[in-house]
Design a protein around this ligand. Structure first.
Ligand code: BEZ
Ligand code: FE
Length: 294
């Protein structure tokens, strides 16, 4: 180490120390802890890669584009968090594991409040294009007891790989919520999910392309289960055999969430109705963690 090198390192450390100290009087102790740790790691990162000013400007331009693209229908910052694996890391950090409990996965940017309620056995496709899919299962607590009256919010993309909110207009399709019956079981119709690319016409897409990474997510349906006395669960069911299960752009796949889809020809469906054409079915049980756990 030369004296010149030491002096440069001291100058850099002095910047970091001054910024860290500027948060010393933060009234909220958790905010102080988070901000000082963020500054510590951000500065270490800049030192480690020897960040150039041109690179810093590029990063600011990237975040500015992300901000300009973000509104109530498009969330580029959630996408960025997702492709960096930060969303799944936050899920892993906060997930309470109980033996047999259903694993959680990424929330994604396409949940919307105010989706319609459907009756048990109803159809939440509401005109979304695709092969009809009958989804059924049971919601249980970690001790195996069935959970009645659990609210299940479900949302999925259509056969073209788009959510309703990605189309112009205010049509609600491919989403809805229902409650489990007295024995904890549920069933509904929707359309068979297909693999789709996350929105990749913005800065996050450019980043994926520069990294030689693809934007695809394997076919899945989103579930949010809310039951009194239990931790809310946000998860997906994935379609077995999907070619993108091993390379999800947002790292959301867990083996326990992959389920086989049965394909059927026209005929009598599980609810006794007559399916005019091809239809599919899948079964997916959900096991929730009681509040008292861990
Ligand atoms: C989704 O599954 O809806 C999703 C998740 C992360 C990024 C984009 C979409
Ligand atoms: Fe999705």
């Amino acid at each position: 180490m030369t004296a010149e090198h030491d002096a440069a390192a001291d100058r850099e450390q002095a910047v970091t120390d001054e910024v860290l100290a500027s948060f010393d009087r933060t009234a909220d102790p958790r905010l102080r802890e988070v901000m000082q740790s963020l500054v510590h790691h951000l500065h270490s990162f800049a030192r480690e890669v020897r960040l150039t000013e041109a690179e810093w400007e590029r990063a600011i331009a990237f975040l500015t584009r992300a901000g300009h693209l973000t509104d109530d229908r498009r969330q580029e910052f959630i996408l960025l968090s997702d492709v960096l694996g930060l969303s799944m890391l936050a899920v892993a950090i906060n997930e309470t594991r109980a033996p047999g409990a259903t694993e959680a996965t990424v929330f994604g940017p396409f949940f919307v409040d105010g989706a319609p309620e459907i009756p048990l056995g109803g159809d939440l496709a509401h005109g979304a294009a695709g092969t009809p899919c009958h989804v059924s299962g049971q919601v249980r607590s970690a001790d195996g007891s069935p959970l009645p009256d659990v609210r299940l919010d479900v949302w999925g993309a259509d056969e073209d790989g788009f959510y309703d909110v990605q189309y112009p207009g205010d049509r609600s399709a491919g989403r809805g919520w229902l409650r489990t019956g007295p024995d904890g079981t549920y069933r509904f119709w929707t359309v068979l999910p297909t693999p789709y690319p996350i929105p990749h016409d913005g800065p996050v897409g450019d980043l994926l392309a520069a990294a030689g990474r693809g934007p695809m997510r394997p076919a899945h349906l989103h579930f949010k289960a809310t039951a009194p006395g239990h931790r809310p669960l946000i998860t997906h069911v994935f379609v077995a055999g999907d070619p993108y299960l091993g390379c999800d752009a947002v790292f959301g796949v867990k083996d326990s969430l992959v389920v086989a889809v049965d394909h059927h020809t026209a005929g009598t469906a599980p609810d006794g109705s007559h399916a005019q054409g091809a239809w599919t079915s899948m079964a997916f049980d959900l096991v929730l963690v009681p509040d008292a756990a861990g």
